[in-house]
Design a protein around this ligand. Structure first.
Ligand code: 0O2
Length: 213
């Protein structure tokens, strides 16, 4: 097994475990017939090529080391998607109340979006992984965002890849407008949240019953 594989193994373990735990939270809401603030969860270990880019950007030697583990806080990355902006605070509170992880930092890019138009709430946590050599504390970045924020971020991320971070002015402007439109969409949906959730609860309750008409 290579040096990198050995270095990344506990990160993979952390991502796998946290994905299961966060998906489990959604299931508990469903069991109780309560609208879940978590719509879906994804997770990944940062690809080596992105670790390389980030270490270059931060001026850290590109090698498995404690320094790299300390400075790159998103080698283990989780994303929790919500239907409504208001759900984000609920999810952050759920994280604050867990005793299997410790929050080390919160970054609010929702009330203050990034210049690109990016919106998300980031929580950096320390998560203990049980390895064959004992316990290892792993840093993980949890990004919490609405479906609209996620849609925008994934489109922008692929364009970023294509243009290597240097967008033509026209594209930059359109992305900023799209970010504003996504923000408006979130606002509108929040206004009719109660109506939507009533309909969803009705649908969930009756989706398994046989049709009588
Ligand atoms: P990838 O490919 O998703 O892994 P800092 O050290 O705090 O100054 P850092 O470490 O870049 O800055 O953290 P930050 O700014 O909180 O952002 C970390 C991650 O947030 C990024 O990881 C992206 O996933 C996401 N992100 C931040 N800004 C943007 C943005 O403008 N557009 C999109 N689409 N995503 C963004 P990576 O490693 O950059 O990328």
């Amino acid at each position: 097994m290579g040096q990198w594989d050995r270095f990344l193994a506990p990160y993979k373990q952390a991502v796998d475990e946290l994905k299961i735990k966060f998906k489990g939270m959604r299931r508990l809401y469903e069991t109780d017939n309560i609208n879940s603030p978590i719509e879906f969860v994804t997770g990944r270990v940062k690809p080596i090529a992105s670790i390389y880019d980030k270490s270059l950007e931060k001026g850290i030697p590109f090698e498995p080391s404690d320094e790299l583990a300390r400075e790159l806080q998103d080698i283990a990355g989780l994303r929790m998607m919500c239907q409504f902006v208001g759900d984000i605070e609920t999810v952050v509170d759920l994280l604050r109340n867990r005793n299997d992880l410790r929050i080390v930092e919160e970054k609010d890019y929702i009330s203050r979006e990034k210049q690109s138009g990016y919106r998300s709430y980031h929580v950096i946590v320390e998560y203990p992984v049980q390895t064959i050599n004992g316990e290892q504390l792993i840093l993980a970045e949890i990004q919490i965002r609405t479906l609209a924020m996620n849609f925008w971020a994934s489109i922008e991320h692929s364009l970023n890849y294509k243009y290597k971070g240097v967008f033509p002015d026209e594209i930059k402007l359109r992305l900023q407008r799209a970010a504003e439109a996504a923000f408006q969409l979130d606002e509108e949906m929040s206004q009719i949240r109660d109506e939507i959730q009533e309909a969803q609860a009705y649908f969930t309750e009756f989706k398994d019953s046989p049709r009588t008409h």
